[in-house]
Design a protein around this ligand. Sequence first.
Ligand code: C2E
Ligand code: MG
Ligand code: MG
Ligand code: MG
Length: 277
Amino acid sequence: MTDLLAYNIGDRSGPLSRLLTEGALSMAYQPIVSLTGGSIHAHEALVRGPQGMPLQAPDALFSAARREGLVQDFEVACVALALRQWSQMQRAGRLFVNISASALVRCFDGKDAAELRAALLHHGIDPDRLVFEITEHEHVSDIPRLARVAEQVHATGARFALDDFGDGRSSLRLWSELAPDYVKIDKYFTADIARHAQRLKTLQALLHIAETFGSALVAEGIETADDLRVLRDLGLSFGQGYFLGRPARQPADAVDAPALAVVGSSRVAVLPSLRVA
Ligand code: C2E
Ligand code: MG
Ligand code: MG
Ligand code: MG
C-alpha cells in the first residue's frame, strides 16, 4: 500500500533529526470554535519539541529542519505524528494539520485517490474528518498542479484550508482557483478589530468573497471578548485564539465559560463609528 506519509531522515545527524528518531516530538491541540453555536468544531495540531528544551516552538524546530536539510520530511513527520496521536485519543470533531503546498504535492501528486483514502484510514483517521491547512512559507509557483492535488484531497474525502490569509504570502489567485473549504484569516486582521475600521471593512469584503467561492472563514488570533463579539457579529463562521482556547497537549473538551457567554449572547450592534455603509 502507498504510505502517503512516508518520510526519510536518512543518516543525518543534528538536533532535530535526533528528536525525530527518538520520537521526542509531540503535538499541541488548539480548538477551532463555531461562532454561531459555541461548540468546538475542530482542533488544529501544532508541533512542539520537548518541554524546557531550546527546540520547543515550531519556529525553532523549522530553523533546525532547514539547517539539517529536512524541512519537507519534517512536515510529513508532523502530519504522521498528529494523525497517530489523534487516532489514539479517539476524539470527536475534525483535525486540522499544517503542511506546505510543496509537501502536500509530494504526498498526493500522481497517486490514486482510492489508495490515498485507504492510506489515510490506515493512519487511523477517517478522511472525512481531516483538514489540511496549506501553510505558505514559499510562493506557490505551480498553481495548476496544486489545484490537481486539491482535487485529489477532496476525492479522498478530506478537506483543505488556506492558512494565514492576508499576511503577505497568500493570494487571491490561490483562493479562486483552489476553492478551499476553509480560509483562515491571519490574526493581523482580527486583532483588536473593534478599534480598526479598515480591518473590519477588509473582513466584510472577505466574507463576500468567501460566499462566492463557498469557503468558510476562520478568524485566527481571537484574544479578547471584544474581538470575539465583533467577529461573531460580522458573521464569521469559526474562530480560534487564546481567548477561546490555547494550544494544549490534551485537547479541550469544551470552550471556557466566559468565552462561551460571549459566543452565545444575543447579537450586539457593532460600534457605530465602525459601521460600514
Ligand atoms: P499557524 O498554523 O498559523 O498556527 C497558529 C499559531 O498562532 C500557533 O503558533 C498558535 O499557538 C498561535 N496562536 C493561536 N492563537 C493565538 C492568539 O490568540 N494570539 C497569538 N498571538 N497567537 C496565537 P505556533 O504553535 O508557534 O505555530 C507557529 C506556526 O508554525 C504555525 O502557524 C504554522 O505555520 C507552523 N507550524 C506549527 N506546527 C506545525 C506543524 O506541525 N507542521 C507544519 N508544517 N507547520 C507547523
Ligand atoms: Mg495553521
Ligand atoms: Mg494560521
Ligand atoms: Mg501563522
